[in-house]
Design a protein around this ligand. Sequence first.
Ligand code: HPA
Length: 272
Amino acid sequence: MTMRIAFIGGTGFYAAPFLDDPKEILVGTRYGEVRLLEGHKPDQEIYFLSRHGAGHSVPPHLVNYRANIAALKELGVQAIFATTAVGSLAEEMEPGHLVILDQFLDFTKSRPGTFFQGEGFPVVHTDMSDPYCSFLRREVAVTAERLGLAFHRSGCYVCTEGPRFESAGEIRMYGKLGGQVVGMTGVPEVVLAREAGICYAGVSLVTNYAAGISPHPLSHEEVVEMMRKNGEQFLTLLMATLQTLPPQWDCSCEKRPEANLILTLPSSEAKG
Ligand code: HPA
């Protein structure tokens, strides 16, 4: 059986050097067209999608999250490994460390956050108790352990609207609410993957301490530079995880009534 697996690359992760001879493909969805790379490995179809587009041209609040996840669903993808750069609110989550996310706090403001938007679409309330696939999380953690990487097996991701960084006051508040790392793109991506019944693992690289904890003002250049220096870990970890991924697994991500609904939504009712 051929497995279909996707990587969504965040800041600093724009190409797929792990794919031999990748082919660029375009997938049309009711939310827009998505450009991806497709490559083959024995018994695996691998897709790579750059979240911010070529040359980081799309800011976090304008990423077409629904088109991206809808395209992966159309392609029959069963598992998504998504990377994000994050600031840290927790002393022990140091710059350079990896964090395998297990929870999120959603502070986004203006993004379409669901496939089930009403207006003729079915009303669906998707369970989000455990947003990230527990099986994939375990697989990534076992691999990170084996490779001896500096990583944390859980972490609560605060998603802000961006594109600005946070104020020190906001970071103090997020910390009090249980947030451990902060970024701008993890939500609604993980939510849409769950609505679509696709297993999703979010792996973050800490690029800086968050605003007010960092001794200096934050900059995108600092984030990109940290990713350049440490981003290799993502590749090593995710490629090694792929090699040991079984062809099938038992988790609840796909076993939900709405898991295939998005494939049947009438395109005429789509809103961008
Ligand atoms: N805040 C928000 N997004 C980020 C940060 C941060 O400190 N670092 C990397 N992405």
